[in-house]
Design a protein. Structure first.
Length: 138
């Protein structure tokens, strides 16, 4: 029996490939133009929002990106500030006599005095969960 070579009888359908490519191209262009017109519409109908520097006044003074020249010393300064706040005495509001005390002292006072009651929960009704009921949802 002679060896018979098999091959494709036809190449790809050039018309179908070209039509698909043109369809994708025109669909992409149509989408771009529709989005462009949509943004033009939004730009003409909605007010232009200007940034409000009062919300972040420190950023209005910055004219260029600020890079850390020494991150290690910045971190050390931040930790020193946090330790000073957490472990020192300072005035919060002199007129009302409110002071900030060290965190360890505050914890000790809280343990001695106890937590103040926030609300009265004496009339709170607790129901035991029951599987398969409407109360638990299972």
């Amino acid at each position: 029996m002679p060896h018979r070579t098999a091959f494709e009888p036809k190449d790809i359908r050039a018309f179908a490939v070209t039509a698909t490519g043109l369809g994708v191209l025109f669909g992409t262009l149509l989408t771009i133009f529709l989005v462009w017109f949509l943004f033009s519409y939004f730009r003409s109908t909605h007010a232009l929002l200007t940034p409000r520097p009062a919300l972040a006044p420190e950023f209005s003074r910055i004219s260029q990106p600020v890079l850390q020249s020494s991150p290690r010393s910045d971190l050390d300064a931040l930790r020193a500030r946090d330790n000073r706040i957490l472990n020192g005495y300072s005035w919060v509001d002199r007129s009302t006599g409110t002071v900030s005390i060290p965190i360890d002292r505050a914890i000790d006072r809280l343990v001695q005095q106890g937590m103040p009651a926030v609300a009265d929960y004496s009339d709170l009704k607790l129901y035991p969960p029951r599987a398969g009921s409407r109360q638990t949802g299972f």
